[in-house]
Design a protein around this ligand. Structure first.
Ligand code: HEC
Ligand code: HEC
Length: 290
């Protein structure tokens, strides 16, 4: 078709020669406004390439005349934050726990930092704000398994509980009185009734009386004659109606028959010294610190 110009009969406009189902494409010029906008976008992009970082080069990219770069900006902000934090972290590292707690400025810094660390590492088990949940102790009350002084908490967090990868881990094992056949099921029943009375729960008095004897023989070594627990072995206080594994008869029965042995990971290999101190301070001030 070269050389031969075809014209549309009705409008007299040249056609492009493209035709679909009898519909011909006319070779109208583009609207002027459209062409202007098109050129403007080209000019804009050229200007952008010159002013801002844009084209990749083999190793990096063109920098642009303005020298602006969001990555550099972010890196500068991060460096500034780091710079501001460093002296604080150094002070935390160099100070005793008690000294941090006694210095209002350091305390504020440690609590803020500790809260972030807690949310990231601890809240999954212990709940936000250390509220606790079934099988995971509340850290915001004054009922402590292993102790609530700054040193106690620091030790627990550093070495964990029954976390045998750490040889200094806190350890103790409640025997499986049912599963290992130490007590008959009737005896377990009686001691369950006695444990219920310790926290003022409803129980069968005669069974509880028999259970008391068994308790003194089998349980008092760890939970104490009065059932108030013993921190050296992390044995819970059974008189305060605060339960790690639940205070219903079937939950108590389950624990006596085949106890859970709660595991808390050791954090000293995962968190820095400053972080351990800050999260300790944070837990300590949640409400139950001693
Ligand atoms: C995988 C779950 C888990 C995570 C994560 C965890 N803990 Fe624990 N933590 C436990 C369990 C379970 C116990 C109770 C163990 C026991 O039976 O003595 C516990 C006990 C504790 C205790 C002792 C409480 C007491 O009454 O003496 C402290 C303190 C503690 N955790 C702090 C922390 C801190 C701080 C973190 C985060 C750095 C953390 N835990 C992360 C499971 C966890
Ligand atoms: C060797 C020490 C030891 C002996 C003996 C022992 N306990 Fe325990 N007991 C523990 C420890 C430690 C825990 C906490 C377990 C954990 O954190 O996983 C516990 C937990 C419990 C709990 C759960 C408390 C809660 O808050 O949910 C009950 C109930 C209990 N013991 C009852 C008994 C009874 C009853 C006996 C005697 C028949 C007994 N224990 C003997 C160490 C002992």
């Amino acid at each position: 078709m070269a050389g031969k110009v075809e014209r549309d009969e009705i409008t007299g406009v040249e056609t492009t020669g493209h035709e679909w189902d009898g519909i011909k494409e006319l070779n109208n010029p583009l609207p002027r406004w459209w062409v202007l906008v098109f050129y403007a976008t080209i000019a804009f992009s050229v200007l952008w390439w010159i002013l801002y970082p844009s084209w990749p080069t083999l190793k990096s990219h063109t920098r642009g005349l303005l020298g602006y770069d969001q990555r550099t900006e972010l890196a500068e902000i991060m460096a500034k934050v780091e710079e501001e934090r460093r002296p604080w972290l150094e002070r935390i590292r160099g100070a005793e726990l008690a000294a941090i707690a006694a210095d209002p400025e350091l305390l504020t810094f440690a609590v803020r930092g500790g809260e972030v660390i807690f949310k990231e590492n601890c809240a999954a088990c212990h709940g936000l704000g250390g509220a606790g949940q079934l099988n995971y102790p509340t850290l915001a009350d004054d009922d402590w398994l292993w102790g609530g002084t700054l040193e106690d908490i620091f030790y627990t967090v550093s070495h964990g509980i029954r976390f045998y990868e750490d040889e200094d881990t806190r350890d103790s094992t409640m025997p499986a009185f049912g599963a290992d056949g130490i007590l008959e099921s009737q005896q377990i029943e009686d001691v369950v009734q006695y444990v219920l009375t310790l926290s003022g729960r409803e129980a069968d008095p005669a069974a509880a009386e028999r259970g008391r004897e068994i308790f003194l023989e089998q349980c008092a070594a760890c939970h104490g004659d009065n059932g108030k627990g013993m921190r050296e072995v992390g044995a819970p206080n059974l008189t305060d109606d605060i339960w790690l594994y639940g205070g219903e008869p079937e939950q108590i029965r389950a624990q006596i028959s085949k106890p859970r042995h709660g595991v808390m990971p050791a954090w000293d290999s995962r968190l820095s010294e400053e972080s351990l101190k800050m999260v300790t301070i944070y837990v300590h001030q949640l409400g139950g610190g001693e």
